[in-house]
Design a protein around this ligand. Sequence first.
Ligand SMILES: Cc1cc2nc3c(=O)[nH]c(=O)nc-3n(C[C@H](O)[C@H](O)[C@H](O)COP(=O)(O)O)c2cc1C
Length: 149
Amino acid sequence: TRGRGVQAAAFQVRGSGCGSETNFSEQVVESFPSDIPTGIYYGWACVGNGDVHKMVVSIGWNPFYKNIKKSVETHIIHTFKEDFYGEILSIVITGYIRPEKNFDSLDALILAIQEDIEEAKRQLDLPEHLKLKEDNFFHLPEGKIVNNR
Ligand SMILES: Cc1cc2nc3c(=O)[nH]c(=O)nc-3n(C[C@H](O)[C@H](O)[C@H](O)COP(=O)(O)O)c2cc1C
C-alpha cells in the first residue's frame, strides 16, 4: 500500500502483445493473488524499458466470451508502432472501475470498454494515481523481476 488510500498491486512478467492488448500466460494468471476480485481495473503499464502509459486491465472470465480459464488482459492506452512478443510487461494496478458483466452484443461490450478507458484516463490524472507513474518499480533491472514464474 502506498500513498493516501491508493492500494497498488504490481506485476512484472513476460507478455505477448499485439497493438495495445496484452495477455498474461496461464501460469502467470495462476500466480496472481487469488483474492483480487475479478473486474475491470486501471493503472500504469510499461513494456520493456519503454515509457509508462495509462492502461485498463480486465481480470476474470470474460462472460461475453464464456471463457473457462481466468484471464488477465491488459489494454495499454497507447498506440505502439511494433508488436512486443517476449518483452517484459510491467503493470501497476491503482484503482477499480466495475465488475465484469455480460453484454447483449459485441457493440455493447466495445462501448463499455471505451467508457472504461475514458474513466481510467480521468482517474489516472489525479495526483494520487499520477505519482505511481514515476514509481521505481518501472525501472527495475531484469534480474529483479517479481512474480515471474
Ligand atoms: C477494459 C476491458 C473491459 C472488459 N470488460 C469485459 C466485460 O465486462 N465482460 C466481458 O465479458 N469481457 C470484458 N472484457 C474482455 C473482452 O471480452 C475481451 O477483451 C475482448 O477480446 C474484447 O473484444 P474487442 O477486442 O473486440 O473489443 C474487457 C476487456 C477490457 C480490456
